[in-house]
Design a protein around this ligand. Structure first.
Ligand code: HEM
Length: 183
């Protein structure tokens, strides 16, 4: 598997306009008008309001049959009719990280149904998970989603369902940025 490094940069320029910013838990991010998502960790040209870094990685809590179902259903990023996006950086608590792998899987899927719920929204919502914790970043995960205007309501429903699960009791920082493609 090829590891891809990704930067999310909030500032005065970018390919995505930030249309809404909501802090659900923990500290917020400084205000920014635009967002750039680009491969690599290089310093941004214009001074950013914030710069979050992540990388793609292997699956931790997914069985072989779930992985096959995801692969069969999921859509790629960059679809021309996906004019909307969301960046949701998330940090989980020390209590989560102190659990065993088996306990985390039980909370994540057997009790919270994260993958099962999410699967209902594929391929309407395209997604990419980036890990940050191992970089010493302020968030553990940078989650990215792209969708069309017709599916914005479905995306709100999806995040509402996930936030009411047992898994989300372990989320101690979450910021929800909504975006519209500039070009
Ligand atoms: C679009 C539908 C979705 C699907 C199909 C989906 C599926 C998945 C899968 C397969 C994983 C990786 C599990 C592993 O490592 O094996 C994952 C992780 C994750 N997802 Fe989702 N997800 C969806 C939506 C969301 C949304 C809307 C959010 C945020 C509000 C979210 C936040 C996360 C986080 C934070 C992780 C990392 C969990 C951890 O490793 O502790 N997901 N998701």
């Amino acid at each position: 598997m090829q590891v891809v490094h990704i930067s999310f940069i909030g500032g005065s320029i970018g390919d995505w306009r930030i249309t809404a910013a909501q802090t659900l838990r923990g500290a917020s991010l400084p205000t920014a008008a635009f967002l750039t998502r680009k491969e690599g960790f290089e310093q941004p040209t214009a001074p950013p309001a914030w710069h979050l870094r992540g990388f793609t990685s292997n699956l931790r809590y997914t069985t072989a049959s779930e992985a096959a179902e995801l692969a069969g259903r999921q859509a790629p990023l960059g679809r021309s009719d996906s004019r909307l996006a969301a960046l949701i950086p998330i940090r989980k608590s020390e209590a989560w990280w102190a659990l065993g792998q088996d306990e985390r899987r039980a909370i994540y899927e057997e009790r919270s149904r994260h993958t099962s719920i999410g699967m209902e929204y594929l391929p309407r919502i395209a997604r990419k998970l980036h890990h940050s914790r191992d970089l010493g970043e302020p968030f553990d995960f940078l989650t990215w989603f792209e969708f069309g205007e017709a599916d914005a309501g479905a995306f709100d429903e999806l995040v509402g369902r996930l936030r009411s699960t047992e898994e989300w009791q372990y989320v101690d920082r979450e910021v929800d940025l909504r975006l519209a493609r500039v070009v």
